[in-house]
Every structure is written in structure tokens, then in C-alpha cells.
Ligand binder design. Structure first.
Ligand code: A3P
Length: 302
């Protein structure tokens, strides 16, 4: 089954999820050929949920003894180059790239739903970190992002009412959002040592405790001495929206000639949806979330 997304890109339905056709082939290559190692860390997200932020944080946490903070590769390379997407970078145009020599811990990112992850990610002892975001902000952020990046459009973009209607039907890249989130949420409940479940809003509210949690989960906990030296604050500061968005490397260039580096940094706030969505839209999504997340324990503050 195929549909046009609201921005005019083609979506294909696969195992119950709407995936961008553009990424379908590389996703299948990753699915078939990626061999996870026990030391790998896989970052998984729906688009526009804090991927760039999580990439910068996990890279900085894992490499804090390799690069002093004032020589971090984040100054000269984007978070997306340091932590590549399996489908958008690693398997883009390559059926079976050699990843054996990537230094450990290898950190890769993906937007794949839990159910579609390569089998070896499920079978190995590698860890998965999932970050999600309040769906209203995710929708608003994604709409801006897709309209800004003109990616192989086959049709004219829809207006916000029609786009929101599709979003609420679950027809959007990686959608339905509730199934994407619940896949990882349930996996986290079943095995919290395998899947860490984070929310963008929690990182905004208290980055220190979240950075500590991420580091512990990755197997790189901060020592007392590191904490006293203020390393957590340094990493949090370096990876903040204000800091990352100002770095020269993020202000120019693009990924795969398609996605502008600047498009990953817009406002970086919680609650921007209040500027874009009507009360009726908010009411509709509240009801939808109530019904989809009922009894799951997953909740978002709106
Ligand atoms: P907005 O469009 O609401 O500003 P992703 O990284 O998953 O593509 O998500 C992009 C969203 O995260 C954008 O949201 C972007 O501004 C925000 N973002 C990027 N870097 C961030 C950071 N370091 N801290 C907080 N938010 C960040």
C-alpha cells in the first residue's frame, strides 16, 4: 500500500507502519545485513523527537576520555556524521558496508519501529536508547522540517488541517506514532536493561539527571570525581540547543545532499504547538492519545 505524505513524499506501508519510500531500500538492507555487537548502542526515535540532541549527548558521554571537551569532534563534525543513521547514512546506497572497524562503542541511530529493527539488534546484548516527544510538538516540528527540506516531492504539500488529519490517522513517516512509541515502551517495560525510554520534555526539565541516567545505561557512569569536576554540566552545556545550533559546522552543509544541517535546529522548545494548532486539533489528539495509550502507563503532559 502506498500514500502521499502531507509534504508530497511517497510513503509505503510495511508491517503496519508508514515508511518513507526514500528510506525503504536502505532500511531493508540494514534489516537484512546489520550485525549488532554487544557493545553497540542504538539510538531510536521518531523523526523530530530529539535525535540530534541524543546523538550529541551519547557521543560525548562515550568519548569523554578520548577527546577533551574543548577538542570535541562536535566542533568540526555534525552529530549526524558522528552518529550515523543506519538507513539514511550507513546503508544508503550500500547493501552491506563493512562496519567491523568502527571504534567501539559503535553508536548508530535509526527511525525504524521496534518491530522492524534488524534481528541481530534484538538478539545481541546491545542496548537501545529511545527518545520520544509530545506528539503535538513532534508534528509541528516535523511539518516545518519537511517543508524546509525539499525531498523528492511528487505532489504539492497539504495544508496544516489536512496534514494533521493524516497524522491523527497514523499516516505519516514512521507512523502511527502511537505504535512506534508503544513498541519501544513495551520493550522497555519488559527489559529495562535493553531499552532505555526517554522523553524530550524530561531532558528539557532536568538534563543533569537524564545525562547521568543515559551514561549509566550505556555502561559509562560518571565517577564521583568526574561529577565534582563538573563534567556532566560541561557535556549538557555543549549539547544544549543554544550551543549546538551556534556551532559553525551546523550552520552550513547538508546530509546526502538532501537535508540541510540548519534544519535540525529550529526552536528547541517544549510547547511550540500552542502557536500552530487550534483548540479543536488539541482536543482531537488528546482523545486519540487517551484511547491509544490507555492502560499502557505512557503519558505526555499537554
Ligand atoms: P523544533 O522543530 O521544535 O525546534 P531531531 O533531532 O529528532 O530531528 O529533532 C529536531 C528537533 O529537536 C527540533 O525541534 C530541534 O530544534 C530540536 N533540537 C535540536 N537540537 C536540540 C538540542 N540540542 N536540544 C534541544 N532541542 C534540540
Amino acid at each position: 500500500e502506498q500514500r502521499m505524505n502531507w509534504d508530497g513524499q511517497r510513503l509505503v506501508k510495511y508491517k503496519g507502519f508508514w515508511l518513507l519510500q526514500l528510506l525503504f531500500r536502505p532500511m531493508l538492507s540494514a534489516h537484512n545485513n546489520f550485525r549488532a555487537k554487544a557493545t553497540d548502542v542504538i539510538l531510536s526515535t521518531m523523526p523530530k523527537s530529539g535525535t540530534t540532541w541524543l546523538k550529541a549527548l551519547t557521543f560525548s558521554i562515550a568519548n569523554r576520555n578520548v577527546f577533551p571537551i574543548d577538542q570535541t569532534p562536535l566542533l568540526t563534525s555534525t552529530p549526524h556524521m558522528l552518529v550515523p543513521f543506519l538507513e539514511f547514512n550507513v546503508y544508503w546506497g550500500q547493501e552491506n558496508p563493512d562496519l567491523e572497524n568502527v571504534p567501539c562503542p559503535r553508536i548508530f541511530a535509526t527511525h525504524m519501529p521496534f518491530e522492524i529493527l534488524p534481528d541481530s539488534i534484538h538478539e545481541s546484548d546491545c542496548r537501545i536508547i529511545y527518545i520520544c516527544r509530545n506528539p503535538l510538538d513532534q508534528f509541528v516540528s516535523h511539518r516545518h522540517f519537511l517543508l524546509e527540506n525539499k525531498i523528492e516531492k511528487e505532489a504539492d504539500p497539504l495544508d496544516i488541517d489536512e496534514a494533521f488529519d493524516m497524522f491523527c490517522q497514523g499516516i505519516h513517516p514512521c507512523g502511527p506514532f502511537w505504535d512506534h512509541m508503544l513498541g519501544y515502551w513495551n520493550a522497555h517495560l519488559e527489559n529495562p536493561r535493553k531499552v532505555l525510554f526517554l522523553k524530550y520534555e524530561d531532558l528539557k526539565e532536568d538534563i543533569t539527571s537524564q545525562v547521568k541516567k543515559i551514561a549509566e545505561f550505556m555502561g559509562f557512569p560518571f565517577s564521583q570525581e568526574e561529577e565534582e569536576q563538573g563534567l556532566i554540566d560541561q557535556i549538557s552545556g555543549l549539547c544544549s540547543f543554544e550551543s549546538l545550533s551556534k556551532l559553525a559546522v551546523n550552520k552550513t552543509g547538508n546530509i546526502n545532499g538532501i537535508v540541510k544541517n540548519t534544519s535540525f535546529f529550529r526552536k528547541g522548545q517544549v510547547g511550540d504547538w500552542t502557536n500552530h494548532l487550534t483548540p479543536a486539533m488539541v482536543e482531537r489528539i488528546k482523545k486519540l492519545m487517551d484511547s491509544k495509550f490507555r492502560n499502557s502507563g505512557l503519558m505526555f503532559k499537554i
